[in-house]
Design a protein around this ligand. Sequence first.
Ligand code: ZN
Length: 316
Amino acid sequence: MPGHSGWAWQAMLFGAVVDLVLFNPYRIPFWTLNYFQYGGASMGGYSQNLTKRNSGLKIINGYCLICGEYKKLTEDHVPPKGAIVVTKVEQKLISESMGQGKEKIKGVLSRNGSKFKTICKDCNSYLGGSDSEISRLYKEVTPVISKYFSTATDIFSIKKFNLDALKYMRAMIGHILSATTVEECHIPQRETPYFTPLKKFVLGDEQALDDTHDVYYWFYPYRAHLSAKMVAFYHNGQMCILSLLSFFPIAFLIMEKNKGIVPEHANRLDRNSDSLILDLSTKYWDYVSFPFVSLKGNQFYAIQNDNCIISYPIKG
Ligand SMILES: [Zn+2]
């Protein structure tokens, strides 16, 4: 089939990729994305969602994207405030050690920043309880990374940290669910094989993901925050749905279980795990922005415009 190399090239032009997918000549089943999100809402409804953008934070009441109840909505910060502890000096240090001082993220979609008024107060405060694990972890990890890149004598790139995996996963998945357009809050939530288990997990069902999802993570050295509630990743003719939340220093990936499209540099995260292992070596740095990287051969991804976001921390 012609177009494979074309797709890899187009995937790099991230800002245009949605339009290319919608109007693509190869009949990519883009409706499947809609199916996973809304349990099979009509294509017409989907097109409307594409045109209604940026109603942003004005919404007052809506369907909470975690518990599904129609309630007053509150703002969720993604990444959570406590997680952004990296200083300008540390950033500089790390980007300089990359040689080019550039962030090699292929494709950029600038969106409405890092506040998402898409979950109710109860879910927000429930999530806040787990956020403490993100900030605790990041405060432990950041100085170690900083020291590694400022000390030429440290030859051990693999670092191990304590972790309450359940709490950490609950917080990260909760933020992935919230980081999207408020348009989703106008629609009653339906059961879907991809999102329903994620919601149950965030709301306290520890085993909800055991049969449906895998979670991976890796060292993420960049300053840009990446969040993607849903990406369809095509690989050798197979489609896999995945979700991503990456902000310094960790990339966090959820995907459908046993789909076999796992980045080489990713570690699997078990909910019972009590530790997290990061390899700080630079050998995988071309791939840390997965799935938004240069793709090879017969693989590409499709995204929904409103739920893939790249943003930067405010300069302090
Ligand atoms: Zn809620």
